[in-house]
Ligand binder design. Structure first.
Ligand code: PLP
Length: 463
């Protein structure tokens, strides 16, 4: 019997995070301020604590994980690496499929890896309250959990459509002591402005981010900061513990390197967390196909321009060099709430531009079909976001079968779907149809990027 569960001894947990900025073939493009010039770290100080800003701009390859953070992570880390043997058998593939199980965290996803780190650094800096946005609710839960352990207040703006679809996520946040409201809300100027224009808007991550930033920077006591669950360099950094563990676990079963590495990509953090350590191996010559997977309904990496754009709808963030569907993009209400962001982590975009990652878009119907195959072979019920990685792994395993190759496929199992059953309900009752973002929406994105005086469009290609 081949090994199905590969665990890592607690004493072997990674003690440092890996920063890919140190190894990219060309340096990442800097974020720009309102005047079009690169921002200085102190311009971010009203939004983030300085210790996290230092990580955001760091080009140091390895950054120590404080012992107090590890002490919290030991609750569920090292996370198991599992072999999807039952799916392999069902597909009749010669490929070996491994998945890194991030669903075992208290919140049920990879998000607590950075929530704990961000809450800890804020606490060290003397901050008492964190604000944030959440799409699917996973990030809001993760931050609520982390804040409860570290004694911080937590305020979550939850995208309206998810707030209505996922009442249990809101309750989880309340159990961990957080205050969760639907976004757009009447509590901020950004929210009120949108509600006045479109009272029945489903909301978007861009809007919720604007609300959370506004509340953080408007605290007269200066004791509130904002926390982001994806996209930024320091968030991706904290997630690299996933890939570092996975690499050690594969080595422990005699696998030097995987052939294919897969993760679903919303803002890019779970994908990058798994992929960046292997991207470093690829930069050093290893032959690895690395695939971020996104929905055809929100095809940021596969179809959107690579441009300077804002991270939020109200244009309060610096301009970031990323693939973007435009900061005013209101995505169609597909069920993978965590994969609806208009932009993508600049570090992931840079890897795509450099040809290190090959993005793929998969339709939600194929993803739910994959999720059912998964549940009926492996047994676990995955998050709708994660189903994109499962669907891609199945595509790759079928390809390996056609080619008769014994490939090693590794994917990130970013979360369970036990709180996401309304999406499964829609699929099982035949209400979900294939959806590809129409070209007219991409034209709007081009217009959004072109029309804003500070959003400079850059051509895709090597720099
Ligand atoms: C389970 C799960 N996977 C993936 C994502 C996408 O986020 P990211 O791309 O930052 O990993 C989310 C976001 O909410 C999520 O909840």
């Amino acid at each position: 019997m081949e090994q199905v569960k590969v665990s890592l001894n607690e004493k072997d947990i990674p003690k440092q995070w890996y920063n890919i900025a140190a190894d990219l073939p060309s340096p990442p493009l800097p974020p720009l301020g309102p005047d079009g010039n690169p921002i200085s770290p102190d311009m971010l100080a009203p939004v983030f604590p300085m210790n996290l800003i230092e990580q955001e701009v760091s080009s140091q390859r390895w950054i120590d994980i404080p012992a107090e953070i590890l002490d919290i992570l030991y609750r569920w880390r090292p996370a198991p690496l599992r072999r999807a043997k039952y799916l392999e058998r069902y597909l009749g593939t010669p490929a070996k499929i491994y998945f890194k199980d991030e669903s075992v965290s208290p919140g049920g996803s990879h998000k607590p890896n950075t929530a704990v780190a961000q809450a800890w650094y804020n606490k060290q800096f003397g901050i008492e309250r964190l604000t944030t946005e959440t799409g699917a609710g996973q990030w809001g839960c993760a931050l609520a959990f982390a804040c409860s352990l570290l004694g911080l207040e937590c305020k979550v703006f939850m995208v309206r459509i998810s707030f209505d679809q996922k009442p249990f996520r809101k309750l989880m946040m309340q159990v961990w002591g957080a205050n969760c409201v639907a976004s757009p809300s009447n509590e901020t100027n950004a929210g009120r402005t949108i509600l006045a224009k479109v009272p029945d808007t489903p909301g978007s991550l861009g809007i919720a981010i604007s609300e959370a930033i506004e509340q953080a920077v408007c605290d007269p006591a200066g004791k509130t900061r904002y926390a982001l669950g994806s996209v930024l360099n320091h968030v991706l950094l904290h997630q690299t513990i996933i890939g570092l563990e996975a690499r050690a676990q594969l080595k422990s079963v005699g696998i030097d390197k995987p052939d294919v590495v897969i993760g679903c990509a919303g803002g890019g953090s779970n994908f990058a967390g798994l992929a960046f350590p292997f991207t470093a191996d690829k930069i050093n010559g290893a032959d690895i196909k690395i695939i971020p997977v996104e929905p055809t309904a929100c095809p940021t990496l596969t179809r959107a321009p690579f441009a300077y754009d804002f991270g939020d709808t109200a244009c309060t963030t610096p301009l970031m060099a990323m693939h973007s569907l435009g900061h005013d993009f209101v995505p169609p209400p597909i069920h993978a709430g965590g994969l609806r962001y208009h932009g993508m982590a600049p570090l992931v975009c840079q890897c795509v531009v450099e040809g290190l990652h090959t993005p793929r878009a998969i339709d939600q119907v194929e993803c739910y079909e994959a999720a059912l195959t998964w549940a009926r072979t492996e047994g676990f019920i995955c998050a709708p976001e994660t189903s994109h990685a499962v669907a891609c792994a199945i595509q790759e395993a079928k390809k390996a079968k056609e080619e008769g190759k014994e490939k090693v496929i590794l994917f990130n199992y970013s979360g369970h779907g036990l709180m996401d059953l309304t999406g499964y309900d829609a699929f099982l009752s035949g209400k979900l149809v294939p959806y590809e973002l129409p070209d007219s929406e991409l034209e709007k994105a081009e217009a959004c990027l072109k029309n804003h005086p500070r959003a400079e469009k850059r051509k895709t290609g090597r720099w």
